[in-house]
Write a protein that binds this ligand. Sequence first.
Ligand code: FAD
Length: 643
Amino acid sequence: MSVVDRQEWDVVVVGAGGAGLRAAIEARERGARTAVICKSLFGKAHTVMAEGGIAAAMANANEHDSWQVHFRDTLRGGKFLNQWRMAELHAREAPDRVWELETWGALFDRTKDGRISQRNFGGHEYPRLAHVGDRTGLELIRTLQQRIVALQQEDEKETGDYESRLKVFQECTVTRVLKDGERVSGVFAYDRETGRFFVLEAPAVVVATGGIGKSFKVTSNSWEYTGDGHALALLAGAPLLNMEFVQFHPTGMVWPPSVKGILVTESVRGDGGVLRNSEGKRFMFDYVPDVFKEKYAESEDEADRWYDAPDSNRRPPELLPRDEVARAINAEVKAGRGSPHGGVFLDVSTRMPAEVIRRRLPSMYHQFKELADVDITAEAMEVGPTCHYVMGGVAVDSDTAAARGVPGLYAAGEVAGGMHGSNRLGGNSLSDLLVFGRRAGRHAADYAQRAAGGRPRVDDAQVNTASAEALRPFSAETEGEAGPPENPYTLHQELQQTMNDLVGIIRREGEMEQALQRLAGLRARARRAGVEGHRQFNPGWHLALDLRNMLLVSECVARAALERTESRGGHTREDCPAMDRAWRNVNLLCTLADPTGHLAAADPGRGQIRLTRETTEPIRPDLLALFEKEELVKYLAEEELYE
Ligand code: FAD
């Protein structure tokens, strides 16, 4: 058995995106010795790719905006399945988190009178997204990194060591959360370059690992999104909440094939871009659902007037929440009114002067010019839905971000469930990262402090099991299981195709059952996933390990999607097309079928995941009072309304 280095910390943060860095800053500022560990280079997390902006009701662009309006929009977007307390905290605290970023050096675009500029986005009643062109995530990460460096400089002055209280382990992957009895005792990880194993011992662990998009073939997500944090929490005993809700962003690139799925930011529509089909029709007017009818324009004239006079006109239907727009595009393509490469047309060229497009949407201009040879100042883009974000995630306490049932485990950012209900509004992720990253860091640090007297012990047997699990791909051939070793890349490809085709944007019962069967087959084959060579930077080995996580989360998505017999937000069933009020207050929880965390022992027939239902906590009356009764009737069940 290999010798495994160990280090002691108070808080370990897994993930260095917006949520992880904000958590680490908070934990360190509260006195906890904090380690951050990430798969990629420091500063290269998924958050960097965020384009459009951070949603926060600062009321800079429209004085009528407030946290209450933001809360309302978020619940409408999530079709009232949001963990309402999270949505409340998020709406109340987001402005402070944006101003705080500014005090740490973030340079946002400004209004004419010098305030932080805010732009329109789907589902937000007022212009609400603070932004830096279409490169907001880059500025967010740069600012948080800068803050981390500043804290390290303070520590160096006091202790002579930059890393004495805050250290970043980059290009390292965590494969297991370790436990002492019920509570967390640290993490098992490996260095991706050398293959060296190590353990970070800590009473508190924050998972902030982002999403799951790499389980789908067409996705806007990067290579890091293999659902690691979801799987780590599940394996440690925490339930995952409402995993059926996967957001398909309406506008990804569809051509050329090598870049299919890359995001086309919603800012294009927020800034005036319109969607047209092959007949030149602005088709979104045909797809405004009843629940939104009063809020969206009925004619092109009214929609166009809204950009200059938002208080006296209704919004263009291109700015409906993402789930509605994605379904509409899907329907147009299916009806034979798509663009030549299977999407629809998104046009800004006829809506804004070329120099305005280049200034407001610089990344989009370059993306299309360089990847597709399309000049968006002169011609329309071709776009179609792409897997973008997972609303489902680790079930957490709203106030503390503590993962349910596992003392010492916290989750924040995209990996955490609840905040966005069945569908996230654009811009609400970056603010979520800051609001709940901070809360997770604070509560993890407080918890670690309370545990200081009796730190949990790391169990050698668990470390040995984690080492053996990580080494298994090197000995796949000699394990004597049926069949030759499997190529992890082939397995990954088949998994992505399965999820794309059978549990994608439009779902059907028979197809999801088929998906579960295929996943069972892939799981069996993944146990024989073999790699050659050694542990020094070996991407095939990394993928073989990631497969465990992708297979786990994919099963969660498929099982929950099969169970929820209605359509809501990011879960659309052709066989149950309506939103059903009886499902409004039902959460679906996924736990590991074998609660000891041993995957092999799970019953192959039942799969690795057990699904249970729970009733959501009733929405607090003062928050419900923010809505008109006529609107609530569309969402809430009779008995909820009566109460
Ligand atoms: P990430 O930023 O993805 O960070 C995850 C971290 O976890 C990384 O450091 C990764 O290396 C690490 N990690 C993962 N697994 C492991 C492991 N096993 N061990 C160690 N480390 C691990 N949202 C908005 O609100 N506004 C926008 O304008 C916007 N634009 C977007 C544009 C694009 C193209 C995309 C793809 C998303 C966009 N989003 C936007 C969504 C938003 O960017 C993400 O939801 C958000 O950045 C996720 O942040 P995070 O901190 O949760 O995770």
